[in-house]
Design a protein around this ligand. Structure first.
Ligand SMILES: Cc1cc2nc3c(=O)[nH]c(=O)nc-3n(C[C@H](O)[C@H](O)[C@H](O)COP(=O)(O)OP(=O)(O)OC[C@H]3O[C@@H](n4cnc5c(N)ncnc54)[C@H](O)[C@@H]3O)c2cc1C
Length: 597
C-alpha cells in the first residue's frame, strides 16, 4: 500500500486501510496499556490531592517507580536499557501515564521526550551508552534548558553563551534559563547555548550533582496556575564546565535539535491529553447521572447531553488522529530500517517527515483537554468550582498544554509554514492539484444527485471537497502574496484551521469506518455518529475561515467566484442532524456511565 507521507493527506485520498486504530493494538501493546492503567489507578489516582500541594518529592517518587516498571524507555532500543517497543507503544504509555494529573504528565513528558530524545536522536554511541541507561531506568532524570527570559517562542535568540576553555577541554556556560521542567530533581540537562557569534545555538549534555554544583544554581519553584507538583525552576549558569565531548551533534546544530525534539514532544503531548480527557468525561457522566435537579438526573437534560456528546466526540477525534499519525511514523521508521538506516537516522527522518501532523495534533489535543475540562466544570455546576471535586485541578492542569512545546499560535503558523516549505522544495506537489481546483471553478458543476447509501460515503466525499476548498484558498493566497504570506498571519491562521479540521475529521471518519468493518455498523454506531458530528463542525469552520480568507485577498468577480466555489465545496446533499447525533452519542455514555468508545 502506498505510504501517505507528511502533509500529503491534503492532496491524496486516504482510505481506512491506511490508518491504524487502537482496536488493532497487538497483545504486547494491550498488556502495556493494562499495566500503565493499573499503575496509575494504584499509585497515582488515589493520591491525586497530593499533586495539588506542591509535593514535588511525590512526583519524583512516582517517576522512580515508573522507571522500575520500564515505562521510561518504551521505544528506546534494548541496548540502551529501553524496551524497544516502537512509537505506537510510546504513545499509548504517554496516553495512559498522563491520565490522572498534569503534574505527572509533565514530569513524564519532559523526561521521556525533550529530556531523553535529544540524546537518543543526536548522541554519539558513547553518549547514548553513558546516559540512556540511567534515563530509561529512572536512576537519573532529564531536563531540557532551551527557554530564557528573552527567548521563548523565538528559541534561537537565547543569550546563554558557551566559551571554549583555554585548555580546549571544556565549554564554560554562562547565562540563565527559565521554565525548566524537572529542574528540581534532574541530573542530566540538555543545555542550549551560543558559541561566539554563531547564527545558531549549540546543544550540550550537562551532568548536575547538587553536592558539586559546578556553577549551577536553581531558582525557587515557580508558583503556577496548574501542574502544581511538576518542578519548574530557573537554572543559572556561572562558568559551568561542560566537557567538550558532551557537545550534542555539532556546533551550531542546537536549533535543529531543539526543533526535531519538539516534533516528538508535540505528538506525545497530544497523546498526553487523551486519557486525561477520557477520565474527565467519565467523572462528568457519573456526576450527571447521580445529580438530581427538578426531580430529574441532570443527564436527562438536553443541555447536559449536548455537552457530554461534544466532549466525547472531541476525545474520540483526538484519539483517531494521534494513533493514525503514530503508526504512520512507526511505519516510516520500519521502512527506513529495512533500507539499512540506523534507528537514530530512521527516527529522526520519520519525526521530521510528520512534523505537520505533530503540530496539528498538539493544537487539537491541547484544545480538546481545555474544552473537556471546562465543560466538565460546567456539568458539575458550583461543585465544579470546588477544589473538593476533580474538575478544578484538571481544568488548571489542562491550561499549560496550549503554551508549552510551542504555543498553539506558533504551532498553527508552523503547520502552514512547513507545508509551504515542502511545496517550495518540491517534496509535495500542491501546485498541480491547486490549479486543477482553480480550473474546475469555471466549469459547470454536476447536478447529479450522488448515491450516498454506503456507510460514511457522503462524509468521505465531503472530506475530498474540503481538501479542494483548502487548495483553492491556499493556492490563491500563495499566488497573491508569495513569500510575503507569512506576514499575513491571520490569513495563515485561517489556512491552518482548515488543515487541522481536515486532518482531524478525516481521521475520525476513517477510524469509525475501519471499526465498523472490523465489527459491524451497529457496534460502531457511536463512533460513526461522532465522526459525522466532527465533520459537521469542520465544514462550518472551513466555511467560516474560508470566507474570511477570500474576503481578505479577493474582490469583485473573483471574490464571487471563490465564494461560490467554497459554497460548493462545503455543501451537504443530505442535511446533517447534529441534535439527533448528540442525543445518540450522549445516550451511549450515559448508559455506560463512562466514556465508552
Ligand atoms: C510550566 C511550564 C513548563 C515549561 N517547561 C519548559 C522546559 O522544560 N524547557 C524549556 O526550555 N521551556 C519550557 N517552558 C517554556 C515554554 O516552552 C515557553 O513558555 C513557550 O515556548 C512560550 O514562550 P514564552 O513564554 O516566552 O512566550 P512568548 O514567546 O513571549 O509568547 C507570548 C505570546 O505571543 C505569541 N507569539 C510569540 N511569537 C509569535 C509570533 N511570531 N507570531 C504570533 N504570535 C507569537 C505566543 O503564541 C504567545 O501567545 C515551559 C513553560 C511553562 C509555563
Amino acid at each position: 500500500m502506498k505510504v501517505i507521507k507528511g502533509g500529503e493527506y491534503l492532496i491524496k485520498e486516504v482510505s481506512s486501510d491506511h490508518i491504524f486504530i487502537t482496536e488493532e493494538f497487538n497483545e504486547e501493546q494491550r498488556m502495556m496499556k493494562e499495566s500503565v492503567i493499573d499503575f496509575i489507578d494504584r499509585e497515582v489516582w488515589p493520591h491525586k490531592e497530593r499533586f495539588e500541594k506542591k509535593d514535588y518529592a511525590f512526583t519524583e517518587e512516582i517517576m522512580r517507580k515508573a522507571g522500575e516498571m520500564g515505562f521510561l524507555g518504551i521505544s528506546i532500543p534494548v541496548e540502551y536499557g529501553g524496551m524497544g517497543m516502537g512509537f505506537v507503544s510510546t504513545m499509548l504509555a504517554t496516553d495512559y501515564m498522563s491520565a490522572a494529573t498534569g503534574s505527572l504528565g509533565t514530569a513524564y513528558g519532559a523526561h521521556t521526550g525533550i529530556g531523553t530524545m535529544p540524546i537518543y536522536l543526536y548522541g554519539t554511541e558513547e553518549q547514548k551508552q553513558k546516559y540512556l541507561h540511567d534515563l530509561t531506568s529512572g536512576t537519573k532524570f532529564g531536563a531540557y534548558c532551551l527557554t530564557e527570559p528573552g527567548a521563548g517562542s523565538d528559541a534561537n535568540s537565547g543569550k546563554t553563551t558557551a566559551t571554549l576553555s583555554k585548555d580546549g577541554m571544556h565549554y564554560l556556560i554562562n547565562g540563565q534559563k527559565m521554565w525548566i521542567s524537572n529542574a528540581g530533581f534532574a541530573e542530566i540537562f540538555i543545555v542550549f547555548a551560543r558559541i561566539e557569534n554563531d547564527k545558531n545555538i549549540t546543544a550540550f549534555i550537562m551532568e548536575f550533582d547538587k553536592n558539586n554544583p559546578n556553577g549551577v544554581t536553581l531558582g525557587a519553584e515557580e508558583n503556577k496556575l496548574g501542574i502544581t507538583s511538576s518542578s519548574t525552576r530557573q537554572v543559572f549558569f556561572a562558568d559551568t564546565k561542560i566537557p567538550v565531548e558532551n557537545m550534542l551533534s555539532e556546533r551550531g546544530q542546537g536549533f535543529k535539535i531543539a526543533l526535531n525534539s519538539l516534533n516528538v514532544g508535540r505528538i506525545k503531548l497530544a497523546a498526553a491529553c487523551l486519557d486525561a480527557s477520557r477520565r474527565v468525561i467519565k467523572e462528568s457522566v457519573v456526576y450527571a447521572n447521580q445529580r438530581v435537579q427538578f426531580k430529574t438526573p441532570i443527564a436527562k437534560f438536553g443541555a447536559i447531553q449536548a455537552k457530554l456528546a461534544e466532549m466525547s466526540m472531541r476525545a474520540f477525534v483526538s484519539d483517531a488522529g494521534s494513533y493514525r499519525a503514530a503508526k504512520d511514523i512507526q511505519n516510516y521508521i520500519d521502512d527506513l530500517l529495512s533500507k539499512g538506516k540506523t534507528h537514530q537516522e530512521a527516527e529522526l527522518e520519520a519525526f521530521s517527515e510528520y512534523a505537520i501532523e505533530a503540530a496539528i495534533l498538539k493544537v487539537y489535543g491541547s484544545e480538546t483537554s481545555q474544552y473537556v475540562t471546562d465543560e466538565g466544570i460546567q456539568i458539575f455546576g458550583g461543585m465544579g468550582f470546588s477544589k473538593d471535586t476533580p474538575m478544578e485541578a484538571a481544568w488548571r492542569d489542562a491550561r499549560i498544554t496550549r503554551i508549552y512545546e510551542g504555543t498553539n499560535e506558533i504551532n498553527r503558523l508552523l503547520t502552514v509554514g512547513m507545508l509551504l516549505k515542502k511545496a517550495m522544495n518540491g517534496t509535495i506537489d500542491l501546485i498541480t492539484p491547486a490549479m486543477e481546483v482553480g480550473n474546475s471553478l469555471v466549469g459547470i458543476p454536476s447536478f447529479d444527485i450522488p448515491d450516498y447509501s454506503e456507510r460514511l460515503s457522503e462524509e468521505k466525499a465531503m472530506i475530498a471537497k474540503l481538501k479542494k476548498a483548502f487548495l483553492m484558498i491556499a493556492g490563491k493566497a500563495v499566488q497573491t502574496y508569495g513569500m510575503d504570506l507569512e506576514n499575513h498571519q491571520q490569513l495563515v491562521l485561517a489556512a491552518a484551521e482548515v488543515m487541522i479540521e481536515i486532518y482531524m475529521s478525516e481521521s475520525a471518519i476513517l477510524k469509525a469506518d475501519k471499526l465498523a468493518k472490523m465489527t459491524s455498523d451497529k457496534e460502531a454506531e457511536g463512533q460513526i455518529t461522532m465522526a459525522k458530528l466532527s465533520l459537521y463542525h469542520s465544514v462550518n469552520k472551513v466555511m467560516d475561515m474560508g470566507t474570511e480568507a477570500i474576503a481578505y485577498f479577493a474582490e469583485g468577480d473573483e471574490q464571487r467566484m471563490l465564494l461560490m466555489g467554497l459554497k460548493r465545496f462545503t455543501k451537504y446533499t443530505n442535511q446533517p442532524n447534529p441534535i439527533a447525533w448528540r442525543t445518540n452519542i450522549a445516550a451511549k455514555v450515559i448508559e455506560a456511565n463512562q466514556y465508552c468508545f
